[in-house]
Design a protein around this ligand. Structure first.
Ligand code: HEM
Length: 214
């Protein structure tokens, strides 16, 4: 039985792992502005990390294992904390918006669901390429350029929606974690990190859709 504080620590620690991945992923995506060779070279390098100690793509599988564990524990802690909060107050609040945390907690849950659905689509799109117009054989640069081509603006719109949902989720999540730790400037730092990540992710699909990257 993990205490409430323990579950909050699990939420914060797994959230930090996921944010670290997002920062690295966002920075890597920006390499697309250096051209096809640089971007495909970067994708190939991701598969060589740790060689020859690790087999080809060994690091990637390690990272996937850590991400799956982090997401699993994050969702488990969130669900357990929600159930505990419901038990503590069995009668529903009549004016939910007036309750501190009610609105934010609901936004977090729905945001989490949108992000989870997006990740499933995203993996089928750009990792397995089952839903990508360039198909499994194409390079990563070609897959991204074909994916967000002007005619497929609705894919860009869906990515944008998911990234904005991610931004709101991060803003509240980082703020809550910092509050738990008692840090000052939590609101400003949470907003700055979320806006930077959102902007960094958004710029790639938008650049392809408007023809800056082709
Ligand atoms: C518009 C922004 C994004 C673009 C252009 C993008 C692009 C890509 C590409 C090209 C890959 C395949 C990399 C490779 O196999 O070499 C990939 C993988 C991945 N992306 Fe994204 N991504 C974006 C946003 C996101 C977001 C917001 C998340 C998480 C919420 C995310 C999570 C992942 C994950 C988990 C993988 C799989 C990594 C692996 O193979 O283990 N991506 N992304």
């Amino acid at each position: 039985m993990v205490s409430t504080v323990g579950k909050k620590i699990v939420m914060a620690a797994t959230g930090a792992v996921l944010v670290a991945f997002l920062v690295a992923h966002m920075a890597g995506n920006l390499k697309i502005f250096l051209g096809g060779n640089a971007f495909d070279g970067y994708a190939a390098w991701l598969r060589r990390i740790g060689e020859p100690v690790l087999p080809s793509a060994g690091y990637l599988w390690l990272q996937r294992t850590v991400l799956v564990l982090a997401v699993g524990l994050h969702v488990w802690a969130a669900t357990a904390l929600t159930i505990a909060a419901r038990r503590a107050r069995p009668v529903r609040y009549r004016h939910r918006l007036a309750v501190q945390g009610g609105y934010a907690a609901r936004t977090m849950r729905w945001g989490g669901v949108i992000i989870a659905l997006f990740v499933v689509y995203h993996l089928l799109d750009l990792t397995t390429r089952d839903l990508n117009p360039a198909g499994p054989g194409a390079g990563t640069y070609a897959a991204v350029v074909r994916d967000f081509a002007p005619g497929r603006w609705y894919v860009t719109a869906f990515y944008a929606l998911a990234i904005v949902a991610l931004g709101f989720h991060l803003r509240h999540g980082i703020w809550s974690a910092f509050q738990t730790l008692g840090w000052r400037f939590s609101r400003g730092v949470a907003l700055a990190v979320s806006v930077l990540l959102c902007a960094g992710f958004l710029v790639v699909p938008v650049a392809v859709t408007i023809g800056v990257v082709k």
